[in-house]
Design a protein around this ligand. Structure first.
Ligand SMILES: NC(=O)c1ccc[n+]([C@@H]2O[C@H](COP(=O)([O-])OP(=O)(O)OC[C@H]3O[C@@H](n4cnc5c(N)ncnc54)[C@H](OP(=O)(O)O)[C@@H]3O)[C@@H](O)[C@H]2O)c1
Length: 319
């Protein structure tokens, strides 16, 4: 089969499209003929060998932690031929024509849920639920979401709207048409905070859901009104924004972090969130924003697009 192989940490061109032997599933595993593999911004951090993200894999590795497709081999024959999605976690192996996954990680998909939506929900959707649990959104909230046309930002805006909140999405100019919010603002323009204030006509955001960090995250943080809540879940800009306890005293805010140890310490594990996210997709309550698939052979180009902020919604690969 064809797969992406990485032998060293570095720039996107360390991702090589190669012929490798077909993987053979173990007794508790299934083999999936991959229709769609999910990509993450954090995949680029891991690829570079950054110590600031999740634990780095042993090399060589086939990256990729989310796959959807049809089971083509499994010790339990009842799985063969079924449409599934799986989160592969630290095992990786998703950027490939065939991937093996523990049978316990499989989710059978209803026919009407696309592979693209399934890979967007199984990981990004479960992170969205972790954020939403902390945010506890309600109809009196005004919710500010940077990175609003990203995979996670777009789901968070949908959830905020369903909670009855006023939604404010921030994105770069090319992505603004993809921001589904009551107020959509181009945050590449220096005066963007004034645009947010004007659009909200005197109301301050009550909640910030921030996965961008850096200077943009900090400016968004300063817009949150007294008593507001801030939920942090990433630093797409390259670093979290600077924050001191004095900031919390000054603005009377509550700040929490949805990822890292907390998410893994969840009683009962992450599978419950995966099921919930997939059910929200299957019912139509969540409609993941997914960009056009990149060919598996151009995984390096897809990584460059993510790093250069050219992707919209969940970024995916198609073998
Ligand atoms: N998806 C998950 O399951 C998951 C899990 C844990 C943590 N996170 C974190 O959550 C954040 C959002 O994740 P995502 O999956 O929604 O990613 P995504 O689909 O790639 O979206 C990230 C968004 O961040 C914005 N951005 C701002 N500065 C950027 C930069 N320097 N480089 C790249 N993007 C930049 C981009 O929008 P503009 O170009 O419009 O600014 C982009 O749409 C990231 O920090 C990620 O690490 C995600």
């Amino acid at each position: 089969m064809k797969a992406i192989r990485q032998y060293e940490f570095g720039a996107a061109d360390v991702l090589r499209h190669e012929d490798v032997p077909d993987p053979v599933p173990g007794p508790d595993q299934a083999r999936i003929r991959v229709a769609v593999a999910g990509m993450h911004l954090v995949d680029t951090t891991i690829r570079r060998g950054s110590a600031e993200g999740p634990p780095l894999p042993a090399l060589p590795v086939t990256p990729g932690r989310e796959v959807a497709g049809v089971v083509d081999a499994a010790a339990d024959p009842s799985w063969v031929g079924r449409r599934v999605v799986a989160h592969l976690g630290q095992a990786n192996g998703g950027y490939a024509e065939l991937a093996v996954a523990p049978v316990t990680s499989l989710h059978a998909l209803p026919d009407h849920l696309s592979y693209e939506a399934a890979v967007a929900l199984v990981g990004t959707g479960r992170t969205a639920l972790a954020v939403l649990e902390l945010a506890a959104l309600g109809p009196s909230d005004v919710v500010l979401v940077p990175g609003a046309a990203g995979g996670l930002g777009s789901l968070l805006l949908q959830a905020a709207r369903r909670a009855g909140a006023v939604t404010v999405g921030l994105a770069g100019p090319a992505k603004l048409p993809h921001v589904d919010a009551d107020v959509a603002v181009d945050y590449s323009v220096p005066s963007w905070p004034d645009e947010v204030r004007a659009a909200l006509a005197g109301r301050a955001p009550t909640v910030l859901l921030d996965g961008v960090g850096g200077a943009l995250g900090r400016t968004a943080f300063e817009l949150v009104g007294t008593g507001g809540r801030v939920v942090l879940f990433g630093w797409a800009a390259g670093a979290p924004f600077e924050l001191s306890v004095w900031d919390l005293y000054r603005q009377g805010l509550t700040v929490s972090c949805a990822i890292g140890p907390r998410i893994f310490a969840r009683p009962g594990g992450l599978r419950g969130w995966e099921e919930e996210a997939l059910a929200l997709g299957a019912s139509g309550a969540w409609r993941p924003l997914v960009g056009p698939a990149y060919p598996l052979s151009d995984a390096a180009g897809a990584h460059r697009a993510m790093e250069e902020r050219r992707t919209v919604g969940k970024a995916v690969l198609a073998p």
